[in-house]
Structures are given as structure tokens and as C-alpha cells.
Design a protein around this ligand. Structure first.
Ligand SMILES: Cc1cc2nc3c(=O)[nH]c(=O)nc-3n(C[C@H](O)[C@H](O)[C@H](O)COP(=O)(O)O)c2cc1C
Length: 330
């Protein structure tokens, strides 16, 4: 290890391997103005007496305000406060503009919406190279039930709550294929039960789904779509649907006959699609908006990685037609 002439950028990057939360430290200066800055150097020091510390860059424009003040407040930011963090990391802007604050000890400004908040009396200040280490005794604190913002490797991160999967499977729960499959089948379970109650099979489910993207497909086209999901659609199967009065064929005895919904077929499909949408929403209930977006994004990446062979006829432009269920003619 060489510590005499290493590159400060690399040193910073190495320090970035240490994952932290993000805080905003505020104070009221001797001039009566509010000051605040984003800091991730915060840490706990002592439980009894309760003490915390953080380090303040001597070059910061609010350095004098912090060293000259007898109190400061540390706000541990929640995962939706990235913008606030960026605002308080900028020099020369009115950081408190438009923010609603309350007042703590000595009039120090207290911010809202964070994960936890500590009001401190400055007890020690230590020289620390280009920083000053401020140690404070905690006079009061609040804790709120929100997930924290995380900082790692120079960027913001969010915590993913670990899940405890019950009923470990024989395949092992670390296999992505199994996890995706299990999630899919469990999500489909209530839909399947509903289909059963409506007198339909899995194949019916797929058939209606495929037709709902656009009617007027031929049996040959539908077969090709089915092949991709490893299933076989027979003419007899289709005929059952025609006999039930749910589908109609343009001509009766031709593979090239185009297949359409009857009015009652359309109604039934709309009904189960609404049901399927509701089941999806239930499945996503434990995720907040951002997590749901991330999940879709990550699955999207797996799809992209493995999707070289997606057949032409499965591509959106080829399967989605103007006459889909959501744009009824007339
Ligand atoms: C995630 C993050 C963590 C930071 N941690 C610290 C810190 O611990 N100490 C510090 O002095 N500056 C830290 N900074 C930089 C200050 O927030 C930044 O220099 C700010 O402009 C200081 O404001 P001022 O010059 O108005 O006082 C951090 C910035 C970010 C984005």
C-alpha cells in the first residue's frame, strides 16, 4: 500500500465503496440566516451520552456558519428526497426557498419528510485535514417510517427489502428461471380459477389474449403464435368456441379463414382482461411505484438479452392491430 502520492480521484472512488445514507445538516448562523448542506460523512459515536458526528469541508460556503453555531440538525433523507439532496449540495442557491420548516433548538431549521432527524448541540470540533469533524450531543430525535436514500460509488441507490420466500422449492430459489416462472404462475392462479369458473381452459386464456391484440387472424397465424409458447391450437378447439357463439369465422372450412369475436365473445374477453389486470395489481401491491418500474426494467433487460429469437410474428407491430379489443369498431 502506498499512501504518499496516490491519485485523489482514485482515493475518492475507493472511499465510495463504503455505502452510506444521505443527510442534510442544517443550522442557523450567527447572522440569523439558515444554512444547510448535504453530507454523507454522518455517523453515530456514542449511545450514552447520545452523540453523533459528521465532517465539514473547510471550503464550503457555510463552513463558518456551522463552526460558529452552537447547534445543528441532521436529517437522514428518505428515498424520495434525491432532489432535496441535490439542492443542498449546490453552492450559491437559496436552498430553503419554498420549503416548509419548523424550528428546533436555538431556532435551527428542521426539514420535513425525512427518515430520521437529530437535533444536536455542538460539543467538539476537531481538525481533520481539509475537513472539520463536528461532534454533537443529541438533544432530541424523531424517526419516521420511510425507507432511506442510499449513496454508493458516487451515485444514489435505493434499498431493496430482502424477501423471505416461504416453501423452498426443489429447484432452489436462486434460479432466475424458476423465480420468474413461480411469480408468473402464482400471479396467474386467481385468473385460472376465474377462467375455470367461466368454463374456460388455459388454452382459451391464451387464445382470447392473442385475439384481443387484434382480431382477424387466421388459424395458421394463431398456430404460429401458439408454437412460441409451446402449445398447439387445433381446428376442433376453435370450433368449440364457434359453437359456444363466442367466435366467428369469415368462411367456415378454410385454414385461411379470419377469426373474429362475436359480441358475447368480446364481452367475455373484456371481463377477464379486467380481471387479469386486477390480479396483476394485487401481485404488485408490495412494490411502490419506483420498485415496480425497476422490476419491469430489469425483466426487460433479461428479455432483451434472451430475445434474439423472438419471431417476427410476435413483434408488437405484427401482433397489435387497429381492431384490437380496446378500439371497438363503430
Ligand atoms: C451525497 C453527498 C454527500 C456529501 N457529503 C459531504 C460531507 O460529508 N461534508 C461536506 O462538507 N460536504 C459534503 N458534500 C458536498 C456538499 O454538500 C457541497 O459541497 C455543498 O455545496 C456545500 O454547500 P455550501 O458550499 O453552500 O456550504 C456532499 C455532497 C453529496 C452530493
Amino acid at each position: 500500500m502506498n499512501n504518499s502520492n496516490f491519485d485523489p480521484r482514485q482515493f475518492r472512488q475507493a472511499l465510495g465503496a463504503f455505502t452510506t445514507g444521505v443527510t442534510i445538516v442544517t443550522t442557523r448562523g450567527r447572522d440569523g440566516q439558515d444554512y444547510g448542506m448535504t453530507a454523507n460523512s454522518f455517523n453515530s459515536v456514542s449511545i450514552d451520552p447520545p452523540m453523533v458526528l459528521w465532517s465539514l469541508n473547510k471550503d464550503s460556503s457555510s463552513a463558518q456558519a456551522f463552526t460558529g453555531s452552537e447547534h445543528f440538525a441532521v436529517h437522514i433523507l428518505a428515498n424520495d428526497q434525491e432532489d432535496l439532496s441535490n439542492r443542498f449540495a449546490k453552492r450559491g442557491v437559496d436552498k430553503f426557498a419554498g420549503l416548509s420548516t419548523t424550528r428546533g433548538a436555538d431556532g435551527i431549521p428542521l426539514l420535513e419528510g425525512c427518515s430520521a432527524r437529530f437535533e444536536c448541540r455542538t460539543t467538539y470540533q476537531y481538525e481533520g485535514g481539509d475537513h472539520i469533524i463536528l461532534v454533537g450531543e443529541v438533544l432530541a430525535f424523531d424517526r419516521f417510517d420511510s425507507s432511506p436514500l442510499v449513496f454508493h460509488g458516487g451515485g444514489y441507490r435505493r434499498l431493496l427489502e430482502p424477501v423471505v420466500v416461504q416453501d423452498h422449492s426443489v429447484y432452489g430459489d436462486n434460479w432466475l428461471g424458476f423465480l420468474l416462472g413461480r411469480a408468473y404462475y402464482q400471479m396467474q392462479m386467481p385468473i385460472r380459477q376465474q377462467l375455470k369458473a367461466m368454463g374456460m381452459s388455459d388454452l382459451d386464456f391464451e387464445l382470447l389474449g392473442m385475439l384481443s391484440f387484434g382480431e382477424g387472424k387466421t388459424l395458421t397465424e394463431l398456430r404460429r403464435l401458439f408454437e412460441f409458447v409451446g402449445k398447439d391450437l387445433t381446428r376442433q378447439h376453435l370450433d368449440v368456441w364457434v359453437q359456444k357463439g363466442l367466435l366467428t369465422l369469415e368462411t367456415t372450412n378454410d385454414e385461411a379463414a379470419r377469426i373474429y369475436f362475436t359480441e358475447s365473445g368480446r364481452q367475455l374477453t373484456i371481463e377477464w382482461l379486467a380481471f387479469a389486470k386486477a390480479a396483476e395489481m394485487t401481485a404488485m401491491e408490495s412494490l411502490d411505484y419506483e420498485e415496480a418500474q425497476q422490476l419491469k426494467l430489469l425483466i426487460g433487460r433479461v428479455i432483451q438479452q434472451t430475445g434474439e429469437t423472438l419471431p417476427q410474428h410476435w413483434r408488437k407491430e405484427n401482433i397489435w392491430q387497429d381492431n384490437n379489443l380496446w378500439q371497438q369498431p363503430g
